[in-house]
Design a protein around this ligand. Structure first.
Ligand code: CKP
Ligand code: MG
Length: 311
């Protein structure tokens, strides 16, 4: 069984270097929050598997090829002969502003179904990672995500949930309704400050949401603070880590990198400080290199950013 099992929708991302309306070349990349995490974990030498659905098309072939090249196990992936692999466009509108357009409605990945996940869950893993993107994709994807969380928790596999709110996919109210019950199966909940009340009452502050998550069985809540680092709430206290000081060129994928670093530290048996430090390190690699995951470090490269600690 792999160390990490993650499920979701992997997409083909077509990136422009300038305004989309002006045309020009697009480059093709693998995207998808969950597969980004799998790549990050695999680069550090852990066994990672990604499960989901892709089309029986060239884009599906490309997604599988990229994941295999990164050492991510894809035997749990289904090919859908009737639906296309999801696409997204990532437009670099200005140096400071990137915009995303999804073409994923009706995609193979959004037709994810409980049946797609039975075999991967039966194979087991040391950790299951889910994000709040998958339940936003369709009713069946929402049911499948819920089923996977419940099956993992029932089998003693800890669940990590990244809230990952996508306003283009659903409203905050709809997200809260689906994600709050999902968080009840999680051991680790990851959110940015503005996402935290999507697993709690609307407008609830950080300490209130965290207390309620602890009461429901969550062990660790990681609150991402962007350039200010992150705060980890564990049962025995709160710990802060700063972000490394690097030149930000592309923040897409930073959250997934942070998660991959944290989980890698968890697989290595590091203490909370060590897990946070590795999370911050991977986040720094992600923001200071172009692409969602392309710049993530291999194990021997982990120390490359030593000396970039804040303050
Ligand atoms: O929260 P992050 O910036 O780390 O997530 C980026 C990914 O899955 C990206 O790869 C994109 O495809 C997506 O989030 C998404 O569905 O928005
Ligand atoms: Mg995120």
């Amino acid at each position: 069984a792999p160390d990490l099992l993650t499920v979701g929708e992997a997409l083909v991302s077509l990136r422009s270097a300038g305004p989309l309306a002006a045309g020009g070349p697009l480059t093709m990349h693998l995207a998808g929050a969950e597969s980004n995490v799998a790549v990050g974990v695999a680069r550090l030498g852990h066994r990672a598997a990604w499960a989901g659905r892709v089309g029986a098309d060239e884009f599906g072939e490309y997604v599988l090829r990229q994941l295999r090249a990164e050492g991510v196990a894809v035997d749990g992936v289904s090919r859908d002969p009737d639906r296309p692999t999801g696409l997204m466009f990532l437009e670099r509108r200005t140096a400071d502003l990137t915009r995303v357009q999804y073409h994923r409605a009706g995609s193979a990945g959004s037709a994810l179904d409980v049946e797609d996940l039975r075999a991967p869950l039966t194979a087991g893993a040391r950790m299951l990672h889910l994000t709040g993107i998958t339940p936003a994709l369709s009713d069946t994807a929402r049911a499948a995500t819920r089923w996977a969380a419940e099956a993992a928790a029932g089998a003693g596999i800890p669940v990590c949930l990244d809230v990952n709110h996508r306003a283009r996919l659903w409203s905050r109210a709809a997200a809260r309704e689906a994600l709050t019950p999902l968080a009840g199966y999680a051991s680790i909940v990851i959110a940015s400050t503005d996402e935290l009340d999507l697993v709690g009452d609307p407008g609830a502050d950080e300490s209130t949401v965290v207390a309620e998550l602890f009461r429901r069985g969550v062990d660790t809540v990681l609150v991402k603070l962007g350039a200010d680092g992150a705060r980890a709430h564990a049962r025995d206290g709160v710990r802060h880590t700063g972000a490394l000081t690097v030149t930000a060129v592309d923040t897409v994928g930073a959250g997934d990198a942070f998660t991959a670093g944290y989980l890698s530290g968890w697989f290595d048996g590091l203490d909370l400080a060590g897990r946070l430090r590795r999370a911050a390190t991977l986040g720094a690699f992600a923001v200071s290199s172009p692409g969602d995951w392309e710049g993530l470090p291999r194990r021997a490269e982990l120390s490359l950013l030593d000396g970039h600690e804040a303050g």
